[in-house]
Design a binder for this molecule. Structure first.
Ligand SMILES: Cc1cc2nc3c(=O)[nH]c(=O)nc-3n(C[C@H](O)[C@H](O)[C@H](O)COP(=O)(O)O)c2cc1C
Length: 192
């Protein structure tokens, strides 16, 4: 698909058909996330791909899905046929920046492991649209006990969960009423 169409069509989808996704499609999306850039080419992004319905239910429970479903929202986490738990490993950055061509410090004002996992998130979201799927994202703040459910080591950080599937029109989130910022407001040319 043309890139500008992918950009225009991408949005966070919170309602899916209960229908499995071919593994090769999942792999295409996940590989887009793996291919994202990383500081020093540290490549600390990690992806736990979950298709098992029981584990997806556990993830949904960890996000207290029942409580938002009771407010009229779709139970999108348990229905979405694929969850990608998006992780980042600061240890990969410490290792990489200990190599001779680096200065040994990862005490950055901007922790690049978060920047890079954000780049992977974007690549996953666009990759989903490119293969005819939809994706959503629920931030890590919404979950309790996610590390244990999917066996992520304590020193690996979780950014959130990407849901993947065939999207159905949904009612969006409460944030959607804000409207999208105009480029003229967000972009300044030459100077702030
Ligand atoms: C870092 C990040 C965290 C987000 N967390 C949540 C979340 O916890 N729950 C949710 O429903 N949407 C979440 N979203 C989705 C945003 O609400 C959504 O991107 C925004 O409303 C704009 O809508 P659009 O992406 O469909 O254009 C998150 C998005 C980002 C980038």
């Amino acid at each position: 698909m043309e890139f500008d169409r992918i950009v225009a069509r991408r949005r966070m989808v919170r309602r899916y058909r209960n229908e499995p996704i071919d593994r090769h499609l999942i792999e295409r999306v996940v590989n887009a996330g793996v291919h994202a850039p990383s500081a020093g080419f540290s490549q600390g992004q990690r992806f736990v791909v979950v298709t098992d319905a029981k584990v997806r239910s556990s993830i949904a429970r960890a996000a207290n899905e029942d409580s938002f479903a009771s407010k009229g929202f779709d139970p999108w986490l348990s229905v979405a046929p694929v969850h990608i738990v998006l992780c980042t490993d600061p240890g990969a950055y410490r290792d990489r920046y200990s190599e001779p061509d680096k200065d040994g410090s990862t005490n950055w004002d901007v922790p690049y492991w978060w920047v890079d996992v954000g780049a992977s998130l974007m690549a996953l979201l666009y990759g989903a649209v490119d293969v005819g799927l939809s994706a959503g994202f629920l931030g890590a703040h919404a979950f309790e006990g996610l590390h244990a459910i999917v066996g992520v080591p304590d020193d690996v950080l979780i950014a959130g969960v990407v849901t993947l599937g065939f999207g159905i029109d949904d009612r969006g989130s409460q944030s959607v009423s804000r409207g999208r910022i105009a480029p003229e407001e967000a972009v300044r040319w030459e100077h702030w």
